[in-house]
Every structure is written in C-alpha cells, then in structure tokens.
Write a new protein. Structure first.
Length: 81
C-alpha cells in the first residue's frame, strides 16, 4: 500500500501480492516466505513502537498527517466518546 499525490490530492494505492487469489486465499500458502507469514507484523513489540513514531510524526510532518487522515477515512475510523 502506498499514497500517490496528484495536484494536492492524495490517493491510497494498493499493489496486491501476485500469489493472491480472487477468492482471497494465498496460492503458495504451504511454502510462503517467513515475511509473508508475519505480514502486518503487529505481534512484534518493535512494530508498536514504529506505529507510535508514525503517529507522533503527524504533529511535525504535513504529509504524514494527511496520510493518517486518508487512512482514517478509508477504514472508517470513529472517535471514541
């Protein structure tokens, strides 16, 4: 997933894995690489630290701020009351 900018408008682009089937399953599940098995990497402590660093960057970097805003809209983020 990456963000593409076009005249001040940001759009989320996604490149699917070439082994991703139309039915949502992995074509090489039995022999997929370790990095694929760990994808999303949210089970690792360093991933949480990285996410926190990204969030903290929103206060100093306009591009990171805009990316987070786009992702919030894309995933339907709702603020807790």
């Amino acid at each position: 997933m990456y963000i593409e900018e076009d005249f001040g408008k940001y759009e989320i682009k996604q490149i699917l894995c070439s082994f991703f089937r139309k039915d949502g399953r992995c074509e090489i599940k039995a022999c997929k690489p370790e990095s694929c098995k760990r994808y999303r990497f949210t089970d690792r402590p360093e991933s949480i630290i990285s996410l926190i660093n990204i969030i903290e960057s929103t206060s100093v970097c306009y591009v990171v701020f805009e990316m987070i805003e786009i992702l919030k809209k894309e995933y339907g983020f709702k603020r807790r009351k």
